[in-house]
Ligand binder design. Sequence first.
Ligand SMILES: Cc1cc2nc3c(=O)[nH]c(=O)nc-3n(C[C@H](O)[C@H](O)[C@H](O)COP(=O)(O)OP(=O)(O)OC[C@H]3O[C@@H](n4cnc5c(N)ncnc54)[C@H](O)[C@@H]3O)c2cc1C
Length: 467
Amino acid sequence: MSYETIIIGAGLSGLAAGIRLAHFGKRVCLLERHTTIGGLNSFYRLRGRNHDVGLHAVTNYNPRGSKSGPLPRILRQLRFSWDDFGFFPQCGSKISFPGVTLRFGNDPGLLESEIATRFPGEVEGFRRMARFVEEQPWGTSFPREQTARTLLNEYLRDPLLIEMLLYPVLFYGSASPHDVELTQFLILFRSVYRDGFARPYEGVRRILSLLVKRYRQLGGELRLRAGVRHIESRDGKAVAVILDDGTRLEAGSILSSAGSVETARLCADESDPGRDRLAADRVGELTFFESIASLDVPPVDLGIPETTLFYCSRPRFQYANPAEPCHVDAGVICSPNNFAYDQPLEDNTLRLTVMANNRFWFEQPDEAAYQAQKRDWNGRIFGAALQHIPDFRSHIVDLDTFSPRTIRKYTGHLNGCVYGAPEKSWDGTTPLSNLFLCGTDQGMLGIVGAMFSGISMANRHLLGGQG
Ligand SMILES: Cc1cc2nc3c(=O)[nH]c(=O)nc-3n(C[C@H](O)[C@H](O)[C@H](O)COP(=O)(O)OP(=O)(O)OC[C@H]3O[C@@H](n4cnc5c(N)ncnc54)[C@H](O)[C@@H]3O)c2cc1C
């Protein structure tokens, strides 16, 4: 079997790239190891309730009619209308540190006025910094040594404000501890503070269903349970993939959303005993533990109205691989109920996400020990969060949790890293001239970012710069 392009992974970046290629009549095949699509952002049904795998909020949301920003561009490039994704805006979010909170929403003016009230001496610096971010053309790239902290320290003086502003940005996209490279900070800052959050009423399943339907209508082929075991190359070019079941598929080019180190290992000789350790120093470490509580009442009735609440019980937020199994002092509380829908959601849900130590979760000796640790840490996370929200525990009617182990199992991302490797490949190229990266390790994250990445890598490398 032979294709013009094979795409590895049917997550958001792979699906978007697939649509783009199929639009231009390319013979394209999407290969997905799992039984379903969506990757890091999929959905499932458990004991009669619908859940998203990861979705807190679609970041980078622009309201109907916006001309600039990645979302309008995605809609144009994939030929969807504003109504297709059915987005509803957030109700409002908050950053809560000891003794001080900052509210923010889809109107950037709210954050500015909160800073003017809580940090009056800093508001002018914040305005100037926001202007600087705004003035950088989309896709501007800076040397790796320039980071978010470099920029924040240039414009702001109060260390608490710097921590508070960094917190949502790091939590929603940094693969590096404590900081993020400036190129990515600009994207994340806009996606969280300038554009804002939204969610389809039906969650991520609405977006994924649209994408896969469109891809198939255009003649794209999707193979599930089709893991790629090896990428075969000759004379500096990828020529074929070998699937887990031994099937060989030839390709003129390959686009991989599996991750940069993961893809490099697929290219290595299968008989090489060092293959599983290849580029080990480039694998990320940061990952999360999440508790999903189904409640018998909407969270707002319990005094939890925020769409997302970034809480930290200490003046400094430790964005790092924690020494303990979960870092319970800081996290994100969010609810799919807290968006401005035109009708209430049927299920009431609260999600609590904290940083987790991947090794601890990988090294549990057996299933019983693993489940016991999940229950124990879930209880600790809930207990610690009560410093920031009313006690909701008596309203829990069902509970699900996932750990770094779950993320690794369902996405193949090494170490269960949600944001991939710290070093991004902004141009998407690899040592093989016709093998390219898209998605998380190309550098664009989140639902909108991943789709944007798939589209731009397809345009640039596989469609001769079209679009
Ligand atoms: C807990 C959590 C919360 C999140 N919250 C949000 C949020 O609120 N808002 C937001 O915008 N984003 C959120 N994200 C991030 C967002 O989900 C990701 O950035 C985005 O989905 C990444 O898409 P991708 O296509 O780059 O990669 P992935 O989704 O990882 O897709 C890669 C796909 O490739 C497949 N694959 C890997 N190796 C192989 C192989 N060898 N052969 C075949 N298939 C393979 C995997 O199974 C996977 O399906 C969250 C993620 C998580 C995990």
